[in-house]
Design a protein around this ligand. Structure first.
Ligand SMILES: [Mg+2]
Length: 261
């Protein structure tokens, strides 16, 4: 299988690199978006490609998600050889059994107060839902009707800004997320790249927060935006199905390079 011209050429060059890091957003990238976040699963072709890439010499795979690590482990089903960054660069699993995130008592207090505000907004906006994470909370708007979702978005932004100044806001697609940590997916890419000593990085993702990751990519790296919307990524595919195609092709190209060494 080969892909369209420019992306195929970029992947071929990428596959030649010394140490490759393949970093992937989870939801909307290797797993189609679903109404119930706990029901999300990677596409089988993507899951297989991840397993194959992670097994190759000089090649590491990382999932970089807004989900908490615990949730990411549960839905992704990836092996221990896949690195994880959760909570938008706030949490890491660089090796199996790594300790969970430690927050100060002050930070935990802010997380609690934030949760109270979001639950309050959710109660007044039917269909919206709070997802709790170790360092913050997210208000999901996907299952509310359009007017309710829009009002909830305004109210939650205004209240958090007024009641919890200094907190980091991460607006996403159908989600308003807030965290006591200011880390981004860009920080995650920088840290993962350094951890595996990667000479080139592949990254793909579909949401606004993935732009932080695209921003830290450089010459020789490959960024792929999934779906519509402005992006810093040089390449774009329509959906997770095509992300799986890209990963399958990357397995073919990288395997050939590794075998010939
Ligand atoms: Mg995503």
């Amino acid at each position: 299988m080969t892909l369209e011209g420019p992306l195929e050429a970029a992947l071929s060059r990428l596959a030649e690199t010394d140490v490759l890091l393949v970093a992937l957003d989870f939801d909307g990238n290797i797993s189609p978006h679903v109404d119930d976040p706990s029901g999300a699963r990677p596409l089988p072709e993507a899951a297989r490609a991840i397993e194959q890439l992670a097994a190759l010499e000089g090649t590491s795979v990382a999932l970089v998600s807004g989900r908490a690590i615990a949730s990411l482990v549960e839905v992704s089903g990836v092996g221990d050889d896949v690195l994880l960054s959760g909570s938008h660069g706030g949490e890491y699993r660089m090796e199996p059994g790594a300790p969970p995130l430690a927050l100060s008592a002050e930070e935990l207090d802010v997380v609690d107060r934030l949760g109270a505000v979001l639950h309050d907004v959710a109660r007044q906006h039917p269909g919206t839902e709070v997802e709790s994470k170790p360092a913050g909370h997210a208000l999901h708007l996907r299952n509310a009707d359009a007017d309710t979702a829009l009002d909830a978005q305004h109210v939650v932004r205004r209240r958090v800004l007024a009641e919890l100044p200094g907190i980091t806001a991460r607006p996403g697609k159908d989600v308003e997320e807030f965290s006591v940590l200011a880390a981004t997916k860009g920080d995650a890419i920088v840290r993962l790249r350094d951890h595996v000593k990667a000479s080139a990085v592949f990254y793909s993702g579909d949401d606004l927060t993935d732009e932080d990751a695209f921003r830290v990519l450089g010459d020789g790296d490959v960024g792929v935006k999934v779906g519509a919307g402005d992006t810093l990524a040089p390449f774009r595919v329509p959906s997770p199905t095509e992300v799986a195609d890209v990963l399958v092709r990357l397995v073919e190209l990288r395997s050939a390079v590794v075998r010939s060494r």
